[in-house]
Write a protein that binds this ligand. Structure first.
Ligand code: IMP
Length: 194
């Protein structure tokens, strides 16, 4: 079961996982959203996966992602969703990021994504995916979500993630890498005993 209540993330997770061969079940809307108050990406991913697995009795996969900007001491990091405030929109967060970056020549950054597959009995598998890149001066592109319009991955021929097709983004994205690493670890388990 997909443990993400964010439809943009859930869409991307489903895309990558179905490409690998998983059959994903949508998160039931009646399960309340989990407060992501962990100190690390791994803690937040665990909070989400645990809540879903316990509420539904099914194994759940969760992802928690942060954008780490070197010149900002690796902020916004685990606070990426709430960078510009508790109810910040994607646009608010991007605007704050570009404002903060105005006086910084070093625009190195990376997306880090931690994914966890967790069973109702507490067993779990954890993986991580990272993609390095730079922060642009202006948003570019209409695809993707969040900070995609201002992030140019190193392997992306100068395009932002928001200027890429989905397949192009996930061939190199933090989420694609993390979920493929998770699938690799899961394939080494005897899932029939779980
Ligand atoms: P979380 O994993 O739901 O805590 O995501 C944190 C925030 O990071 C989201 O609200 C987005 O703004 C941003 N984010 C997560 N994944 C991506 C991505 O793939 N591209 C761009 N921004 C992302």
């Amino acid at each position: 079961m997909l443990a993400s209540a964010n439809p943009d993330k859930a869409r991307e997770m489903r895309y990558v996982l179905e490409e690998i061969g998983f059959e994903m079940v949508e998160r039931p809307p009646e399960v309340p959203e989990v407060e992501e108050d962990g100190a690390t990406l791994e803690e937040n991913a665990r909070l989400k996966a645990k809540a879903l697995a316990e509420a539904t009795g099914l194994p759940a996969i969760a992802d928690d992602t942060g954008l780490e900007v070197d010149a900002l001491g690796r902020a916004p990091g685990v606070r990426s969703a709430r960078y510009a405030g508790e109810s910040a929109t994607y646009e608010d967060n991007v605007e704050k990021l570009l404002d903060e970056m105005e006086r910084h020549p070093d625009r190195r950054a990376r997306f880090r994504s931690v994914t966890i597959a967790r069973w109702p009995d507490g067993r779990e598998v954890v993986a991580e995916g990272v993609v390095g890149g730079t922060i642009t001066h202006e948003p570019r592109g209409e695809n993707g979500f969040g900070y995609d319009p201002v992030f140019v991955p190193d392997e992306g021929e100068g395009k932002t993630f928001a200027e890429m097709e989905r397949a192009e983004k996930h061939a190199i994205s933090h989420r694609g890498r993390s979920l493929r690493a998770l699938a690799e670890k899961l394939s080494e388990l005897d899932l029939t005993s779980l």
